[in-house]
Design a protein around this ligand. Structure first.
Ligand code: SF4
Length: 120
């Protein structure tokens, strides 16, 4: 089965033609090896940076934006969101502060995307 996809690793945006042949995955159209790695990852275990918000206490805002420190498997997103939905952080928070280490054993941390001052 053939799949066409656009490589998003760099601005060149090569069109990748990916064909699965039994246990092998053949990639054509890639301008460099990073495109081949991207295509194989997209076919076998696609990964994404997760951005979401967490509830926060003692702040002038009710939620704080957070992001994973590295791309995580799309298969792990539901489990991670279930974990994050039960977390309430407390101000003050610094941008880049790790809120959860190694979330769901993905190797990625959940980090704050902005500073939030304490109000009380
Ligand atoms: S295959 Fe290489 S050159 Fe082409 S878009 Fe991907 S990273 Fe860029």
């Amino acid at each position: 089965m053939k799949n066409n996809m656009v490589c998003i690793v760099c601005p060149r945006g090569c069109t990748l033609i990916v064909e699965r042949k039994e246990k092998n995955i053949e990639v054509k159209g890639n301008g460099c090896n990073r495109g081949k790695e991207y295509a194989i990852s997209e076919i076998t275990d696609p990964k994404r940076i997760l951005t979401t918000t967490l509830l926060i206490k003692n702040a002038s805002i009710s939620v704080i934006p957070v992001v994973t420190s590295s791309p995580i498997s799309k298969n792990a997103i539901k489990r991670i969101m279930d974990d994050l939905n039960s977390i309430v952080v407390e101000a003050p928070i610094k941008c880049g502060q790790v809120i959860v280490e190694n979330i769901q054993n993905t190797g990625a941390n959940i980090v704050a995307s902005c500073d939030v001052e304490r109000i009380s």
